[in-house]
Structures are given as C-alpha cells and as structure tokens.
Design a protein around this ligand. Structure first.
Ligand code: FDM
Ligand code: MG
Length: 184
C-alpha cells in the first residue's frame, strides 16, 4: 500500500448487514488513507450504474421479479464486469475500499436457501481481498437504526439468516469489528 506507483494497491472490503455502518466506515477509511497520501478509491457492489446493475436495482426495489439463482448470477456478473478495471487500478497503485463484495453475494443468496457451494462457484477467479472488515452488529440493532429503506432484503427475519450465513464465510482475511454498542 505504498504511495509509489510500483507497489500494488490494497483491496479492502467492508461487509455486514444492511445498516451495519459500512458506508460510513468506508468513508472514514477513505479520508484517513487520503490524508496519509495514498491513492484511494471508494467502490461499491452492487454497482447500479451498469446495465446489469440496473437489473439488480430493479429487483431490489421490487420493480422486477427474478428467480433466486438468476439474481445471484447477476450480482456475480456485476463483479465480473468490474474485474479488469479493479485489477488495473490495483496495479496502478490505487487502493480500493469496496462496500460489499463476494461475501454479500454468498451470504444473502444462501440465506434464501440456495446451496452454499453453488453460491460460491461464480465468485472463483475474482480478485481476493487483502482485508475484509466485517461489521458485526446484532440484526435487531441494525433494524433500529433509522429503519430500513424498504428494499427487498431489508427485513429483520431475513437479516438474521444472512448474519448466520456470513459467519460461515469468515476466513483469515477477516477482521471482525464488534458493533454491539455503537459503530459511529
Ligand atoms: N447483495 C449485495 C446481494 O444479495 N448480493 C450481492 O452480491 C451484493 C453485492 O443487495 F441487501 C444485497 C445486499 C443488500 C442489497 O446492497 C443492496 P446495498 O449495499 O444496500 O446497496
Ligand atoms: Mg441496503
């Protein structure tokens, strides 16, 4: 993560339930690293600006219905369509802070009952994060935070299942931040 053009940027991913504080924490890390003189960019998935992203957005806002496998593959395709740009940025020494990545893909879809290994398969070959920051908030606490925005997955019972599936994904690249009192 050096400022020199010769060193690769880092891929830092934030994960957690809806309303866990990912977006705020991504912003804070961005300012901090910029202050240290690093080249940093903030990314997020789903990236709703692409045509695949627009299909995802329509699904999340209940404007369209899709089979669970189909939407799963669209989320993954949305990462694949950004892969080469990500690689180029990292090679150019730019650190990427990413709000959600493959872990969201697997946790949310497997929480619906899709096979865990099937969910992981399309993520194979995407760039592995150097660090995953998981904001661990009790689902009830997240739900209390100013309420959800009304998107498809923003329901307490479902978020509880997602939290259980996230736990199955923890690996050595994870740092779990306990947000039992407040993440602010
Ligand atoms: N989500 C996000 C998935 O189900 N799969 C994925 O691969 C990704 C990246 O989309 F409920 C879910 C998680 C969340 C919803 O995400 C929209 P944002 O961060 O609220 O925009
Ligand atoms: Mg959301």
């Amino acid at each position: 993560m050096g400022a020199s053009n010769e060193s690769r940027g880092a891929l830092v991913v934030f994960e957690g339930l809806d309303r866990s504080g990912k977006t705020s924490q991504c912003g804070k890390l961005l300012s901090y690293l910029e202050g240290l003189g690093h080249s940093v960019e903030l990314w997020r998935f789903p990236d709703r600006t692409t045509s695949v992203g627009q299909m995802i957005s329509a699904y999340l806002t209940n404007k369209s219905q899709l089979d669970d496998h189909t939407i799963h593959l669209l989320f993954s395709a949305n990462r694949w369509e950004k892969r080469s740009m990500m690689e180029a940025k990292l090679k150019a020494g730019i650190t990427l802070i990413v709000d959600r990545y493959s872990y969201s893909g697997v946790a949310f879809s497997s929480a619906k009952g899709l096979d865990f290994e099937w969910c992981k398969a399309p993520e194979n070959g995407l760039i592995a994060p150097d660090l995953v920051v998981y904001l661990d908030i009790p689902p009830e606490k997240a739900a209390e935070r100013g309420g959800y925005g009304g998107e498809r997955y923003e329901q307490l019972e479902f978020q509880k299942k997602v939290a259980q599936h996230y736990k199955l994904l923890e690996d050595s690249s994870w740092k779990v931040i306990l947000c039992f009192i407040s993440c602010h």
